[in-house]
Design a protein around this ligand. Structure first.
Ligand code: 5GP
Length: 207
């Protein structure tokens, strides 16, 4: 049945497992595509330009924002991050869903611009200790950055109540199943099923 695509936002402090959960969702579900952000941050080891982010210079970022090419943007940890508008519009027009890994600031901007299409999920770590361990285990950032990200975590978490769903990631398979359940239910919302009126009309003709 024809339906309108939705925008699934996943926010969390760094290290809560959001990247892993995003990858699992993209691998399991062919109807959702990742919104690849532009950022002025330097790539971490293993990150691929065009897959994880479009890594760009500050002046290119500013130019893109000023030209109206970004759906939302924010400064996080001294770097700039933004969502290119065009791929999102193309996906929605094709009835596809789009997954966003953006922070609370970007989520607020999307809520202002596209509230009806938005589904907001916040991922929480099971404990502060676990979050710290995950950041160290990841070992991709310098120790000073880990400390900074721990400090930023409480600020990010303070926005949990602005989200539609909150998932505690103490077990990645369970958290993943919960995200899938959210997505399944949100896809079934009546207002998104644009083909429903015609379907029911045809159905009742035969009754
Ligand atoms: P990281 O540097 O760890 O990849 O991301 C840092 C933070 O920036 C994360 O909370 C992530 O969700 C957020 N972020 C990544 N891309 C965007 C974006 O396009 N817009 C906004 N507002 N936040 C983003």
């Amino acid at each position: 049945m024809a339906r309108r695509g939705l925008l699934l936002v996943m926010s969390s402090p760094s290290g809560a497992g959001k990247t892993t959960l995003s990858r699992m969702l993209l691998a399991a579900d062919s109807n959702i595509t990742m919104s690849v952000s532009v950022t002025t941050r330097k790539p971490r080891p293993g990150e691929v330009d065009g897959r994880d982010y479009h890594f760009i210079a500050k002046d290119a970022f500013t130019a893109e924002a000023e030209a109206g090419g970004l759906l939302e943007w924010a400064e996080v940890f001294g770097n700039f991050y933004g969502t290119p508008k065009k791929p999102v519009e193309q996906a929605l027009a094709q009835g596809r869903d789009v997954l966003f890994d953006i922070d609370w600031q970007g989520t607020q901007q999307l809520a202002e611009a596209m509230k009806d299409d938005l589904v907001r999920v916040f991922i929480l770590p099971p404990s502060a200790e676990e979050l710290h361990e995950r950041l160290i285990r990841r070992n991709q950032d310098a120790a000073s950055i880990v400390a900074k990200r721990m400090a930023e975590a409480s600020r990010e978490i303070s926005h949990w109540a602005e989200y539609d769903y909150v998932i505690v990631n103490d077990d990645v398979d369970r958290a993943f199943a919960q995200i899938q359940a959210v997505l399944t239910a949100e896809r079934l919302r009546r207002r998104r099923l644009t083909g429903l009126t015609q379907f029911v009309r045809d159905l009742t003709k035969g009754l």
